[in-house]
Design a protein around this ligand. Structure first.
Ligand code: FES
Length: 123
């Protein structure tokens, strides 16, 4: 099966990123769920919602809480600590207390495998 781009988030500068990095098997992820992965120095929340895979930074912008431990539903992940919801496609929170977007990484699916395009650093 040909690689299939899922346009999520802002485009990366090819000279300043790690390129496409394998992130595991897409099939192990149930719909409306998320897992944490550490890849290339990045903590990632890999989520599947509405049948689509997303990769975002696994840290709420309101506090140091893993979004992968939150609740995934209808294209959003809800932080379990104070309830801010983040759009899995844009990273933008829908309301307080979080006000800053979470980093979103481009992702593509090759058959059963997920690949994520990571920057060298997103700090
Ligand atoms: S720590 Fe996530 S909303 Fe407060």
């Amino acid at each position: 099966m040909a690689l299939e781009d899922q346009p999520t988030g802002a485009a990366s500068n090819e000279d300043e990123d790690l390129g496409w990095v394998k992130a595991g098997a897409a099939l192990i992820l149930d719909d409306e769920s998320a897992v944490h992965l550490d890849i290339g120095g990045h903590g990632l929340c890999i989520a599947r919602s509405l049948g689509k895979i997303h990769a975002i930074r696994d840290e709420c912008t309101h506090g140091q809480v893993a979004l992968s431990e939150g609740y995934v539903e209808s294209g959003y992940v809800e932080c379990w600590m104070h309830g801010s919801q983040f759009d899995l496609t844009t990273g933008v929170p829908t309301g307080p207390p979080a006000t800053e977007p979470v980093a979103v990484y481009p992702i593509r699916v090759d058959g059963d495998n997920i690949e994520v395009r990571l920057p060298i650093s997103d700090d």
